[in-house]
Design a protein around this ligand. Structure first.
Ligand code: PNW
Length: 456
């Protein structure tokens, strides 16, 4: 077993999940449909027409799942709260039965000595709010802040670490521009409005939570970010990489940290006739100080500004931008395995946004797991992925990046959005016929790694 060295002894070690991907029980205790329940009914939206109706049945198996985390010796559990359980209509009072589940979850975690890390929004918008326009509509930002305060008031006496949004880029672009995630819309200007309103919701919630807190909190946002490499030194390739980095990384980080949208991205958008619906005072709200940046990393990409026929503009006169293979091995998601892209990303954030502590809030991989007759998976590929990516984190720490912890994605195999259940990211196997949980070899690896790191 290879163990990366150089991670601080104070490092947080944990696992992450999200509500819709594991809970099931979609009609229980007053929960209403989210945009994902609706999207799962659209023919062709999800592989094998699967849904989160049952998922890992975590809603009914929560104490046993917490015991699994405890057995793995991990100190932090990042989970998300389902908005349609807590506030079924997306407005109005708290649903006591819905918040009750998270109340019990937090108590169970604390009883087992595990630090709860709450993500307020991991993509399950109440359908009623989507029917009113969804994230492209400004009011949704205010609805989100109101919901955030309901959860905060219920859990603030026991929870210190909060993430407002998981991956707003995915909510906005996959959901409203590319239509591959809920709500499945393909409306480009609306997707950019969604970006702004997601960030506004984050800022409103962050400042209100901090104001209402009796204690010092760790509040942040989690972004899916990557390194965008140019395919060559040629100007069109360098510019394609700049645009990918602008949309994927700086479009969120600049307003969050610097209080302004990146001028080059704003200019690119203006050329496409798109303006962000920014109102006076919005950027001050969006840049409310955060304590920690959550980084989700899976892969990096290389970009070219040349089409296959060598031209640098498409039929609409827009500059070409397409990703080309780096030539690396791939996971079952078809994502290239690029650990050095992780180091470059973390060092780049430390350089561009100095003074911002980071925690890796997701990192992991799906592979074609082959269980033995007892359900055990000897996932050397997933373990190797963890090793190379933790070494990449240690390299970034050595280069001065302030990284405080690492949460693996994911505790359990689960509902992998548009891919359904076929893609397995868990360090614990789930047999969906019996709901049996069996830790994989990678779970033992992380357990040992965390223990050795703490003992140094
Ligand atoms: C993240 N991309 O999603 C999510 O936070 C998890 O819920 C999800 O299960 C995990 O990564 C694995 O997919 C992403 O296309 C989805 O770049 C898509 C992308 C990135 C992250």
């Amino acid at each position: 077993m290879t163990l990366p060295t150089g991670l601080p002894a104070t490092f947080r070690w944990g696992v992450a999940t999200s509500a819709y991907q594991i809970e099931g029980a979609v009609e229980e205790d007053g929960r209403t449909p989210s945009i994902w329940d609706t999207f799962c009914q659209v023919p062709g939206a999800i592989d094998n027409a699967e849904t989160g109706d049952v998922a890992c049945d975590h809603y009914h198996r929560m104490p046993a799942d917490v015991a699994l985390i405890k057995d793995l010796g991990l100190d932090t559990y990042r989970f998300s709260v389902a908005w349609p359980r807590v506030q079924p209509r997306g407005k109005g009072p708290v649903n006591p039965a819905g918040i009750g589940f998270y109340d019990r979850l937090v108590d169970e975690l604390l009883a087992q000595g595990i630090d709860p890390w709450v993500t307020l929004y991991h993509w399950d918008l109440p359908q009623e709010l989507e029917d009113a326009g969804g994230w492209p509509v400004r009011d949704t930002a205010y609805r989100f802040a109101e919901y955030a305060m309901l959860v905060f008031d219920a859990l603030k006496d026991r929870v210190d670490t909060w993430t407002t949004l998981n991956e707003p880029w995915c909510s906005a672009m996959l959901g409203y521009a590319y239509g591959v995630h809920a709500p499945g819309r393909r409306e480009y200007p609306a997707a950019l409005a969604a970006v702004h309103h997601l960030l506004l919701g984050h800022g409103l919630a962050t400042s209100q939570m901090r104001e209402a807190s009796p204690r010092k909190l760790d509040i942040g946002i989690t972004l899916n970010v990557a390194t965008a490499y140019p395919a060559s030194d040629a100007a069109p390739d360098v510019d394609a990489a700049r645009r990918a980095d602008g949309m994927g990384r700086r479009l969120a980080l600049d307003p969050l940290v610097k209080g302004e949208y990146p001028a080059d991205v704003v200019a690119d958008l203006a050329r496409e006739g798109v303006t962000l619906p920014v109102e006076d005072g919005d950027l001050a709200i969006i840049s409310s100080p955060i304590d920690v940046l959550g980084v989700n990393y899976y892969f990096s990409q290389k970009f070219t500004g040349y089409a296959e026929d060598g031209s640098t503009t498409d039929a609409d006169g827009k500059p070409v931008s397409r990703d080309v293979p780096l030539g690396k091995p791939r996971t079952a998601m078809d994502w290239e395995i690029v650990p050095e892209g992780f180091t470059d990303l973390l060092v780049g954030i430390a350089r561009d946004y100095p003074g911002l502590p980071m925690v890796i809030t997701e990192n992991g991989s799906a592979f074609e797991d082959v269980p033995d007759p007892d359900g055990f998976v000897d996932d050397t590929d997933r373990t190797a992925y963890f090793t190379s990516h933790l070494t990449a984190v240690a390299d970034a720490v050595a280069q001065g990046a302030d990284i405080r912890g690492y949460l693996a994605w994911s505790l359990l195999d689960n509902f992998e959005w548009a891919y359904g259940y076929a893609k397995r990211f868990g360090i614990v196997r789930v047999d969906y016929e019996t709901q049996t949980r069996t830790p994989k070899a990678s779970a033992t690896y992380l357990k040992e790694l965390a223990a050795r790191c703490r003992a140094r």
